[in-house]
Design a protein around this ligand. Structure first.
Ligand code: DC
Length: 232
């Protein structure tokens, strides 16, 4: 039998029979909107992996803990359940900010990795494929994904979109504050040592600064259709 970590085992772990679309990019680049639309269009399961980090952050905050404390954050990450992923408070800005802090802790990332890989390898029935969005899907979680997309947009454009989103929800928001928050999150997500935000070398880069959601969807859909019809 192959020992854990032996080459045989590694090959087995990499084999991914499901069709997987990996979408990465910075905060407010439109990943979620695109991922949901692609999942609907191509009948794929969808996992917003940011929710896992948000759920871990929320558990720490609710317990009155410090998101930067590796022990508390890792313990919280191990308690994340599927049910918690539906919690509406996960979308709150304070939870997003804390998620970016817990996401920099390697033990947290390790604790959440298996869930993401299992979802990609065996999407919930009746789905035979999945879309996952996050920061390290194409580089770490699903390095053998069928298609990798990396969404970018200028900081100013992303701040504008986030501002609209917040105002649509009736939340008071100031452009300068949203911009500063995104800038800080970008820095933390891309400078951290553990699985930083990065485009995989084989990712298709989509700069959405001058595109609306529909144009992004059209372009991405063509890529997905091509990937679906090409032999793996
Ligand atoms: O996409 P989001 O805003 O819901 O993500 C919340 C935080 O979680 C974000 O600051 C980065 C982190 N994250 C991550 O490090 N890796 C992922 N795959 C998804 C999110």
């Amino acid at each position: 039998m192959a020992r854990q970590g032996s080459p045989d085992r590694r090959v087995a772990r990499r084999a991914n029979p499901a069709f997987v679309v990996a979408i990465d990019g910075p905060a407010a680049s439109g990943k979620g909107t695109l991922a949901r639309a692609l999942a609907r269009r191509f009948t794929l399961a969808y996992l917003d992996t940011g929710r896992l980090y948000r759920a871990a952050a929320l558990l720490v905050l609710d317990a009155g803990g410090d998101p930067a404390d590796p022990k508390a954050a890792a313990a919280a990450a191990r308690q994340v359940s599927v049910r918690l992923l539906e919690e509406p408070r996960l979308r709150e800005e304070r939870v997003g900010a804390a998620a970016s802090v817990v996401a920099a802790i390697p033990e947290v990332r390790r604790a959440l990795l298996a869930f993401q890989r299992d979802f990609a390898r065996q999407p919930p029935p009746p789905f035979t494929g999945a879309v996952l969005d996050g920061r390290d899907i194409g580089t770490v979680v699903c390095p053998d994904a069928s298609l990798k997309l990396f969404l970018t947009a200028s900081l100013e454009e992303r701040a504008r979109r986030r501002l609209l989103e917040l105002r649509e929800k009736g939340l008071p928001a100031i452009y300068e504050e949203v911009l500063a928050d995104l800038k800080e999150r970008d820095l933390r997500d891309s400078m951290r040592r553990a699985a930083p935000l990065a485009a995989a070398s084989d990712a298709v880069i989509l700069d959405t600064t001058a595109l609306d959601a529909e144009e992004v969807f059209e372009r991405a859909s063509r890529r997905v259709a091509r990937a679906l019809s090409s032999p793996r």
